[in-house]
Ligand binder design. Structure first.
Ligand code: NAG
Ligand code: NAG
Ligand code: NAG
Length: 309
C-alpha cells in the first residue's frame, strides 16, 4: 500500500513538471459563441489544461469574446491567464480571422511578437510569438501558428519555411514550433504533394501529429488537418515522448457530440514539453521534490515491485 502511495505522489509530481502546448481551431469564435454559457464552460475546461493555447479562427475585432473567455478562465483555477491576439487577417471582408494565444503568466513570459507579412504567401499570415519559461527544458521557444486556406494548403505549409528563416534570425532562436489547422491531409494535401513542402522534405523538421490521426469531430471525416511540427534536435529532445495527440474532450469529459460540435468541428491537439533539468522544482502548494531522482526511483520501484508481487 505504501508503494502505491509513493507512486501516486511521484506521478503527481511528474505531471506537475510537464508543460502543455495546445492548438485549437475554434471555428468562428465570436461574441455570439462567447455568450453561450455552456459553450464557454466547455471551452474553459479545454483551454485550462494548457500552459499555452493557440486559438485559430477567432472573429473578435473588439476583443470582447476573448475577454469573456479570459474572465471565466481566471475564475476557474489558480492560474492567471492572459492573451495576445493578431489583427484580423484575410483576403475578404466577410472572412477575417485572428490568431490568439492564451497563456498562464505563472508559466511563461511573452518576450516577442511578430506579424509575418507576405500577402503572396498566406491568406492568414502567421502571427509569431516568442515565449520564455523557467518551467521547460527549452528555455526560449518560438510558436508559429497557421490556419491555412484549404485550397492553398500545400503552398502555405511550404512557405512556413520562409517564416522559420525570418523569425529564427530575428530572435536568434531556432527552437521553433509550428502549430495549427494546416489542412495537411485528405484532399488538400496528398502524399504526392509532400515533395513540394520543405517542412516535409527537410529532416530537421519533425511532424509530431501523424497522418493517421483524426483531428475532426464527426464520423464522416477522418483527416489529420491539425498538426504540430518542431524544428531541430534541441526542441525534439525537450518534447515528452509520445505526448503529441488529439484531445478528444467529448470522451474525456463525457460530453455528447452536440456539445463538442457546439464549440468546433475540430478537436484540439496538444503536446507536452519536459520540465527544467533542475534538481529541485517547487510544485504549487507543496514541498520541493527531487525531480531528477524520480526516473531512478521509478525504475527502482518497478524492480522492487517484481520481487514483491
Ligand atoms: C520561475 O518563475 C516563476 C514565475 O515568475 C517564479 O515564481 C519562480 O520562482 C521561478 N523559478 C525559478 C527556479 O527561477
Ligand atoms: C518571467 O520573467 C521574470 C523576470 O525576468 C522572471 O523572474 C520569471 O522567473 C519569469 N517567469 C518564468 C515562468 O520563467
Ligand atoms: C539541419 O540543421 C543543421 C543544424 O542546424 C544544419 O547544419 C543543416 O544544414 C540543416 N539541414 C538542412 C537540410 O537544412
Amino acid at each position: 500500500m505504501r508503494w502505491f502511495y509513493l507512486i501516486f505522489i511521484l506521478s503527481v509530481c511528474r505531471a506537475a513538471e510537464d508543460f502543455r502546448i495546445c492548438s485549437y481551431n475554434v471555428q468562428n469564435f465570436n461574441m455570439q459563441k462567447a455568450s453561450n454559457y455552456k459553450l464557454i464552460h466547455t471551452l474553459t475546461r479545454v483551454v485550462s489544461r494548457c500552459d499555452v493555447c493557440l486559438l485559430q479562427h477567432v472573429v473578435d475585432v473588439d476583443g470582447r469574446a476573448v475577454n469573456k473567455l479570459l474572465a471565466v478562465l481566471n475564475r476557474y483555477d489558480d492560474f492567471t491567464y492572459k492573451s495576445v491576439s493578431s489583427q484580423s487577417l484575410g483576403n475578404s471582408p466577410g472572412d477575417m480571422q485572428q490568431y490568439v494565444f492564451i497563456y498562464r503568466t505563472e508559466m511563461v513570459n511573452l518576450t516577442g511578437q511578430h506579424q509575418y507579412s507576405s500577402k503572396q504567401s498566406f491568406v492568414r499570415e502567421p502571427f509569431v510569438v516568442q515565449f520564455q519559461s523557467n518551467r521547460t527544458a527549452i528555455k526560449k521557444f518560438v510558436l508559429v501558428p497557421l490556419h491555412s486556406e484549404p485550397s492553398k494548403a500545400v503552398h502555405e505549409i511550404d512557405r512556413l519555411y520562409d517564416v522559420f528563416q525570418e523569425v529564427s534570425k530575428k530572435w536568434n532562436n531556432k527552437n521553433v514550433m509550428f502549430l495549427g489547422d494546416f489542412h495537411a491531409s485528405c484532399a488538400y494535401v496528398t502524399r504526392k504533394d509532400r515533395k513540394k513542402i520543405r517542412l516535409f522534405k527537410n529532416s530537421n523538421f519533425s511532424w509530431l501529429i501523424g497522418d493517421k490521426v483524426d483531428t475532426t469531430v464527426t464520423d464522416d471525416t477522418n483527416c489529420a488537418y491539425d498538426r504540430i511540427v518542431v524544428h531541430g534536435e534541441p526542441f525534439l529532445k525537450a518534447i515528452k515522448p509520445f505526448s503529441a495527440q488529439v484531445y478528444n474532450f467529448g470522451k474525456d469529459l463525457k460530453l455528447p457530440q452536440t456539445r463538442v460540435l457546439e464549440v468546433s468541428d475540430h478537436f484540439p491537439i496538444e503536446v507536452r514539453l519536459k520540465g527544467p533539468a533542475s534538481t529541485e522544482v517547487r510544485v504549487k502548494g507543496s514541498a520541493p521534490f527531487l525531480i531528477q531522482a524520480t526516473p531512478l526511483l521509478l525504475l527502482l520501484l518497478s524492480v522492487i515491485g517484481q520481487f514483491v508481487l
